[in-house]
Design a protein around this ligand. Sequence first.
Ligand code: HEC
Length: 129
Amino acid sequence: MIMKPFLSLFIIGLISLGACNAEKPSPSVNEELTESKQESLGELKLVNGKAVYEANCAGCHDSGVAGAPKPGDHSAWSQRITQGLPIMIKKSIEGFEGKTGMMPPKGGNASLGDSDISNAIAYMVRTLQ
Ligand code: HEC
């Protein structure tokens, strides 16, 4: 599943992001996305990742429900990141049962693309800096 071409998934993700935002209107995110097209792909992914995170992951990860690692929680993420980012992404796409709780596949939103998940994780891990 991870082997699928990331770029096309990323584009599909961007298209479906529009649909996601209908539920939670945030015109500023769309503006940022347009502006970011001129910038690096890395920045664009983080902008997408932040939007995906806020719409789909923050419900558990902001408050740390059932031990969900919070963005910026250095010790929680540094333990998990030792297994490698690709494994963390795969587990988050497929869902997993950990020591403290259940992480649902794609955070419970099956319409998210694989790249939405990896972007959201990049956003969460990046907030460590
Ligand atoms: C229903 C609550 C819930 C939602 C929504 C949720 N998560 Fe989680 N997530 C968890 C829990 C609980 C854990 C920790 C499980 C454990 O290790 O016991 C976790 C762990 C993780 C981990 C660590 C994986 C690892 O290998 O250690 C990542 C990455 C992650 N979530 C990403 C996401 C992303 C991305 C989203 C949104 C698309 C999301 N989660 C939405 C509950 C949630």
